[in-house]
Write a new protein. Sequence first.
Length: 461
Amino acid sequence: MMSATAAKPGWMGNFSPVTFSHLLKEVADESRSGAFQIVSGDSIKTVHVDKGAVRFATSNVPDDRLGASMLAHDSISKMDYQIASQKMRDDGCRFGEALLKMGRLDSKNLHRELGVQVQRIVLSLFSMSDGLCSFEANAPVGVQLPFSLSVPPLLLKGLRRVQDGRSILDALPHASTVVRMTREPDYKFDLARLARIERDVLARARDGASVGDIVRHGGIDRSAALRSCYGLLTVGLLELVPQKKKKEAIDEAEARELIEAQFVRLEQVRGEDLLGVRKNVSVPKLREAHDSLRQEWSELRMQVTADDLLEKIDRITLRLATVFKELVEKRNREGDDATRRRLIAQHETEAKKRLKEKDWNGAISVFQELIALAPEDAIFRVMLGQVMQHHPRLRDNAEEHFLLAIELSPKDPTIPLELARYYQSRGKSAAAVAAIDMVLELDPGNQEAARVLMAGSTGLH
């Protein structure tokens, strides 16, 4: 029930707070690293996860930026904000770095404010109703917090904000499902700091109660109780109570009739019908249906002895598994090539905006995201290298991206030309000449290469 669409490398699909909570929990449980990117309208937000914990987040929404975040909870004055903003433009630095130079913050307090900003960005995702979500495993992050933010508390705080009751209801198990308070949860929450409704739900479910009974309990707001049940199940404070089913003996003739009828159905019905679910049902519901059918066929297999029936049961369970996998992959393909192209176009627009504003940090972040979306496109590597030359701490990293771009597009003479310019700017004359040689080998009559080489020669005298 609580499983989700696998956040595989390069995964892309429709966004909802419930889907995102599944994916983030899955990545955290498996201690994986990567970046989630959520695009909704004009907003682009990225959450970087390292070994299962949130390490940074970015957003192109002005209210999500560090300065706006600090203004929102009165950590700085409007005067501080204006001075720091001007210093950013003058020095080409980040807002936090500007505050450090001003002596307005020390490193410890800056890190705390960055943590608050990252949390605000992550929690804002749970107030979004729709969009597109992608996950790129091991995506690079230029900046990260010196500490990590644990995923379970973020999930619980975020899920409190979800207003779409229908999606919560669809994600919850059936109302008759019995849940109880988890005896030894993986993450230790301070129960006294939970919301009152969450404490009420835990108290009601302490020794076991159905989801329906908890929600119908007098004095509890039903929509809030549903949301709390889902949140507590997601973070592991509630757990499902295994239900022991009595195994009823089945007559061999009855078993044969059932098995052969299902065997005939295998090629006659579409995938969703085979699993007994409606069309376009969510992945958690697909998984729930598949797991239930697999369990039923496993129990039936233990009650028959005829070899032909055992073989048919095995083929039925294999077919069910195949259909389940195909349906999940179909959901994953919802983020198709057209969607990816739209995402790239939105990022390119954002990159142009950052370049026009000379927001080098922001531009670097956007180009890193473009590379994650189109890893085989050399132009984004080149542009990232060009932008990094404007960053006082990342200039040396530009070389790596020019070289990677050459690997991706070895016959394009403009890339080693950019590399030559970079080497010249760093005073590496011999390396610049070698890069020009690469240009001339690809394009012997390249006049720009000759000008760059001449400029380099002039600079040596």
